[in-house]
Design a protein around this ligand. Structure first.
Ligand code: G3H
Length: 531
């Protein structure tokens, strides 16, 4: 196992303060951990050091401790009677907004650790942080809108009703390493603001960056509303799922792990799952594509954050007539990408988060080469510890892993096509159905291609790379790519259930409802308008 060695000691590396996290959050308190710890290594070795930079450590919790965390979450839910699930919407909004204000002050601390833990560039780490803060404020605004729309009664066939969205219970949130902050928070925040109780487990890579937030969760929310577990998933998550007390599983990761987790629940019909899983998004270059912008979108679509995005373009299909031109321009652009430490100015390709990920890339490349593929860019195939140079492959056949498997790294297979049916067949036969990008300029041809594609994937991008944002748009997938839909407004729905209070129209019922509303006897039955 080797690491990428950085031959200069920049300010950011020396300025860095490790975090030795010695506690976990549950029941509103930070509990000291006296058991074993997991050491967190940076993906890089600095100068002549023998081992990678140590970023800190975190508790390696056991099953028993994980169950005590669950107990505190179940207590906070209290069958839906806990202070948080019964709190008024405006009070919950105030708590989340105050949390976000305090969180914004921790930007430097969090983004520095984010960059070091997962090797994301400084610019992209900051982007991830800012996008998360924006996501919280947009969620607050979306909830205000939702609440305003639900703050009235309907009358139909002699029945008064007020319909609102109510929380589901205890939500287990697990985000991925590539967006450890943002993708954890795109489930945690909507789940929380809607009145659910949250247990969250950070991904294996991307744990310490959450540590500065623990005291804020304790400060802004009633005891037990937000809880954390750390350690090996098999040890700490298995008992949670087996307990049957998890009501919602919000998981971003592989479909294999998602299937295992779901199968552990004793009453699967009681479990709601919100899943973001693998993808193999294709880029299709048409004969009449505008080449400069197509190449630029394909480069950033396939290689931003080293291709470690679920939405990355993971296979490119280029029409025969433009194949040579595309290959040449694409490879020149790829070889020009600056490689190096995540804190270097202008760097685009950085070390992968751990040696295992780099090794997997090497295995996928070797498998393709053994089966006849060729590397066509100058830097391709070079692996320097955790730094895998972008590798562009051609002469791809279906027997190669790279053809179907999600690489989640800086390897780009390019295939040529002559009949569009060949590309459509690939997409139809794929296990994944997240997004696709088509590059071309003929409206008629593009229009005809959109129609079969929208029934295979959940977003068709025209002359644009695949991506999740803007966060107001629905983010989901077909087949093995997702379960449930996330967007700012969809997330508020997915973590709740529609519940209503109804009464037959009678003089007595009108009086009762009027008094409940007038005297604020209920947090649910209210016509208050949130400004
Ligand atoms: O890894 C999957 C992310 O949701 C991708 O988000 O397209 O904004 O990078 P992005």
């Amino acid at each position: 196992m080797s690491y990428y060695r950085i031959r200069q000691n920049t300010d950011l590396a020396t300025d860095f303060t490790p975090i030795y996290q010695k506690s976990w959050l549950s029941g509103g308190k930070l509990h000291p951990w006296t058991g074993p710890f997991e050491t967190v290594n940076s993906p890089v070795v600095i100068n002549e050091d023998e081992s990678p930079l140590v970023l800190g450590s975190y508790p390696l919790m056991d099953a028993q401790t994980s169950l005590t965390v669950l107990e505190s979450a179940v207590k906070a839910w209290d069958s839906g009677l806990g202070p948080w699930p019964t709190m008024s919407v405006s009070a919950r909004i105030n708590a989340v907004s105050a949390f976000a204000r305090d969180m914004a002050r921790k930007k430097h601390e969090i983004t520095t650790m984010l960059m070091h833990e997962i090797g994301k560039t400084a610019a992209d780490s900051e982007k991830e942080f800012d996008r998360t803060i924006d996501y919280i404020s947009l969620t607050v605004e979306a909830l205000k809108d939702l609440d305003r729309a639900s703050s009235r009664f309907s009358i139909d066939q002699g029945v008064f009703a007020q319909v609102r969205r109510a929380p589901l219970g205890v939500v287990l949130c697990m985000g991925p390493y590539n967006y450890p902050l943002n993708e954890t928070f795109t489930t945690l925040i909507p789940a929380l603001i809607m009145g659910n109780i949250v247990i969250f487990k950070p991904p294996k890579r991307g744990v310490l960056l959450h540590q500065p937030l623990l005291e804020l969760f304790a400060k802004h929310f009633p005891a037990g509303t937000v809880n954390t577990v750390y350690g090996d998933g098999k040890e700490v998550i298995t008992p949670l799922m087996k307990s049957g007390s998890i009501d919602v599983l919000a998981f971003i990761g592989s479909s294999k792990v998602a299937d295992i987790l779901k199968s552990l629940h004793p009453r699967p019909h009681r479990l709601r799952s919100v899943l973001g899983l693998e993808a193999k998004n294709a880029g299709i270059v048409m004969p009449d594509a505008e080449m400069a912008s197509t190449v630029s979108e394909c480069i950033s679509g396939s290689l931003s954050y080293n291709g470690q995005r679920c939405t990355a373009l993971k296979i490119l299909f280029v029409h025969d007539s433009r194949y040579e031109e595309f290959k040449e321009k694409y490879c020149a652009g790829v070889d020009a990408l600056k490689t190096g430490a995540p804190w270097e100015t202008g760097v685009k390709i950085t070390p992968m988060p751990d040696p295992e990920s780099a090794l997997r890339m090497k295995e996928i490349i070797d498998d393709a080469l053994e089966k006849g593929a060729k590397i066509i860019n100058n830097q391709g195939g070079n692996v320097d510890g955790t730094l895998v140079y972008p590798t562009v492959l051609t002469d791809i056949t279906p027997r190669m892993r790279i053809y179907r498997e999600e690489q989640f790294g800086p390897i780009v297979p390019i295939l040529r096509w002559s009949e569009i049916r060949e590309v459509l067949d690939y997409i139809v036969e794929s296990n994944y159905g997240q997004q696709v990008s088509i590059f071309g300029s003929d409206p008629e041809k593009l229009g005809r291609l959109i129609d079969p594609l929208v029934n295979q994937v959940c977003r068709v991008n025209i002359n644009s790379q695949c991506q999740r944002g803007p966060d107001s748009l629905p983010f989901t997938g077909r087949k093995d790519s997702a379960e449930g839909t996330l967007s700012i407004t969809d997330a508020l729905r997915v973590f709740t259930i529609r519940t209503l209070v109804a009464a037959k129209d009678s003089h007595a019922n009108r009086e009762i409802l009027r008094d409940i509303i007038h005297d604020h006897h209920s947090a649910f039955v209210t016509t208050d308008f949130i400004f």
